[in-house]
Design a protein around this ligand. Structure first.
Ligand code: ADP
Ligand code: MG
Length: 706
């Protein structure tokens, strides 16, 4: 706090990060220079340098109150993992201990890998694994009630080098796009840029509910979403929540979240209410892809942690409430050179525009060819409730370009030339008949899964609780492939200008089917997409096979992002994850229905029956109302019991099946369906039973009383 009582953001920003400024200040000049080179050129850190860095890092962390350090990594469970070690050494003869942290401990750790998902890799290779510092993502100190810990962002691999995490393939894919994008810019005469990096800015949606109410809902506790719940009298139809004034309790929570994130160097920038009641969004300023992935994990962790302190609960599930909009993440993605040139920025000169159009049509080609992989990268169990349900993009991948770019593309396709621009701006015809155009960010189409928004693409399918690593791995790699194929042609061309012109026309023509600028929520689009032959993959279970098709293996092996074994293992893990999560949901539903809801309904029927008998006996009055309700409730109760028995039966059967695709399909087709069939009569009962007897807070209580 400053003297005025206001938070000095500039002062606290990054105060818990071992960032460039800290390193420059604390490390000997030579060591700092060495480390910077390693970071910039992606080389390996030698032990001697690591020792010095580790020592300074420890001293700095201890000043921040840290007693422990951890390699902070992202296994394939979707959340981060850590194993804490304290800095203390074995007691010396005088009974005292020293605080120590070596270079070896900094660059390499050995968590027990056997408890993390590894798919087939566990059977084939050694279960143990190691974590290695990703020195391009700075270390940080996390302070909370449990004390302070130095966190070192790391990649997690098996001893034979297979990636067991989200980070390793991400770093590999960044290398791939760097290499191919550099080839491309060199062709356009750029000799100065040294590195090309994908930049990512994820917008994070979430729900906030009261923690006391949350604790009365076992479904939320165990599965993150409500498994039962009738719609409240008021939903989101009034649209009065979106961008509405932020309530005080929420505002206080957000203030704390921002402060925590700023200290961790996360540039939380925008915050506002979302469409659904109790739903909000937080977006940081974009950063290079691996840092953005780490930061997004920190954002999710921080939202949950700080919510708890305010007596609130943050729900990151994609669909916590049926009938109310769910949460997602918009993954904003662009590619930038180290000297600040965004390859997705339409240029100022016709020459720059040619490069831009080549990049753009390469991306069209990449997305068209690998739509299945992009779709898969956004698949998680919760997202099955959202995609294609008229609140989030459909499960069909298409690209939105906006009117102006679409017009340029149409000209290219029909005449091979683009000579005018729709922008109404001055038209400048350049070397090879391509117009210059202004960036057009005003035309926003919220229904498109992959939209060009001025100088970046916005991939809008990602689920709210999922890591953004995989979508970016896919984006980086498929675009690297398209760049590589373009460069293969252009590097051999006799007349470069002619060749690039032809290539842009070819890509635009061949891949125009992936472009769709209309309403992605409409039924017409589903039919039209089918005519165009675009895949419409509705569920996670059907999305998974895209990972290890021949096409996918060829792509990822070519750019050394995944081996076939790694892809196979991920396929296995995803089926397992799907089955496990649905199994937990089913068991939670059975538990809640059996122990809470059915007993409550029985009690209510007893109350009704007693009322009927006693009213009748007292005065012989008309008891038809009570009788009608009793009949209705009893009949729904019978339906519930029957549906419950069915759910129990299929859940048991599913659990006995062998792990793998068939089991996942069974969970989706049988168990999920049985859950829906149990929910239907129970939601009707909630509307009939005395509210004081219903065993948990309602949607109305959760959504409108925060
Ligand atoms: P909107 O809701 O209008 O889409 P927001 O401001 O909520 O926009 O979020 C936009 C996100 O896109 C932010 O995280 C922002 O930093 C990010 N972003 C902006 N420019 C780029 C870029 N060139 N590359 C990647 N991300 C970007
Ligand atoms: Mg936004």
């Amino acid at each position: 706090m400053s003297e005025t009582g206001y938070l000095n953001v500039a002062e606290i920003f990054g105060e818990n990060v071992f960032n460039d400024a800290v390193m420059q200040e604390r490390l000997p000049k030579k060591v700092y220079k060495k480390l910077k080179e390693v970071i910039q050129e992606g080389r390996e850190l030698d032990l001697e340098t690591a020792d010095v860095v580790a020592h300074e890092m420890k001293e700095w962390a201890i000043e921040k109150g840290a007693t422990h350090y951890t390699h902070w990594f992202q296994p394939l469970t979707g959340v981060t993992a850590e194993k804490h070690d304290s800095f203390i050494t074995a007691p010396m003869e005088n009974g005292k201990v020293l605080m120590s942290f070596s270079g070896k401990e900094l660059i390499k750790g050995e968590p027990d890998a056997s408890s993390f998902p590894s798919g087939g890799l566990r059977a084939t290779f050694e279960a143990r694994g190691y974590t290695a510092w990703d020195c391009t993502s700075p270390a940080f100190v996390r302070q909370d009630a449990a004390g302070a810990t130095l966190c070192i962002p790391t990649a997690f691999c098996s001893y034979t080098g297979e990636a067991l995490d989200q980070k390793t393939p991400l770093l590999r894919s960044m290398e791939a796009i760097n290499e191919q994008a550099l080839r491309l810019v060199r062709l356009f005469g750029n000799t100065t840029s040294k590195r090309v990096t994908p930049s990512v800015g994820p917008e994070q949606e979430y729900f906030i509910v009261d923690r006391q109410k949350y604790l009365q809902r076992k479904d939320l506790i165990f599965t993150g979403r409500t498994l039962f719940g009738a719609m409240p009298p008021k939903g989101q139809e009034m649209d009065d929540h979106y961008f509405g004034a932020i309530r005080e309790r929420i505002a206080a929570f957000m203030k704390d979240v921002n402060e925590e994130l700023w200290k961790l160097g996360v540039s939380a920038k925008t915050q506002h209410n979302e469409v659904a009641p109790a739903q909000h969004e937080l977006a940081p300023i974009y950063a290079q892809a691996n840092i953005a992935v780490d930061h997004n994990q920190l954002v999710m962790e921080t939202l949950k942690k700080v919510a708890g302190r305010h007596g609130l609960q943050c729900l990151l599930h994609e669909k916590p409430f049926a009938g109310v909009n769910g949460s997602g993440k918009h993954n904003n993605w662009s590619i930038t050179t180290d000297d600040g040139i965004n390859l997705l920025e339409p240029g100022k000169t016709p020459h720059e525009n040619v490069q831009f159009l080549l990049v753009l049509t390469c991306i069209l080609k990449a997305v068209d060819k690998h739509a299945d992989l992009l779709r898969e990268s956004a698949a998680d169990v919760g997202n099955d409730h959202r995609l294609g349900a008229n609140e989030a993009p459909p499960a069909i991948v298409s690209v939105y370009l906006g009117e102006q770019l679409q017009d340029v593309l149409s000209q290219l396709i029909s005449t091979g030339e683009a000579t005018h621009s729709l922008a109404g701006q001055k038209l400048e015809t350049g070397v090879k008949t391509l117009p210059d155009f202004m960036k057009d960010a005003t035309d926003r189409n919220r229904t498109s899964p992959f939209a060009f928004t001025g100088n970046k693409f916005e991939f809008r399918m990602v689920g709210s609780q999922d890591s953004i690593a995989q979508p970016n791995v896919v984006l980086n790699t498929i675009v690297a492939e398209a760049f590589a194929e373009a460069c293969d042609v252009l590097e051999k061309a006799d007349d470069f200008d002619m060749a690039v012109h032809d290539l842009i026309k070819e890509y635009a023509t061949e891949h125009q089917g992936i472009v769709f600028n209309g309403n992605g929520y409409s039924d017409e689009w589903v039919a039209e997409a089918e005519r165009r032959g675009l895949p419409n993959i509705r569920s996670m279970v059907d999305a998974i096979p895209a990972l290890n098709t021949e096409k996918s293996v060829k792509l990822f092996e070519k750019f050394k992002v995944f081996t076939k074994a790694e892809l196979d293992s991920r396929v296995e893990i995803e089926y397992e994850t799907y089955s496990k999560e649905i199994n937990i949901e089913a068991r939670a539903a059975i538990d809640i229905a059996t122990k809470q809801i059915i007993p409550a309904v029985i009690k209510y029927t007893t109350v009704l029956a007693e009322s009927i008998t006693s009213v009748k006996a007292a005065c012989g009055a008309d008891v038809s109302a009570q009788t009608e309700i009793l009949t209705q409730v009893s009949s729904l109760l019978a339906d519930s019991k029957k549906a419950l028995a069915k759910l129990q039966e299929v859940t048991e059967k599913a659990a006995e099946m062998e792990e793998g695709r068939d089991q996942a399909v069974y969970y989706r087709d049988e168990v999920k369906t049985a859950m829906d069939e149990l929910r239907a009569p129970i939601d009707k009962l909630e509307m009939l039973v005395d509210k004081s007897m219903w065993p948990m807070p309602s949607y109305g209580d959760l959504l409108f009383e925060v």
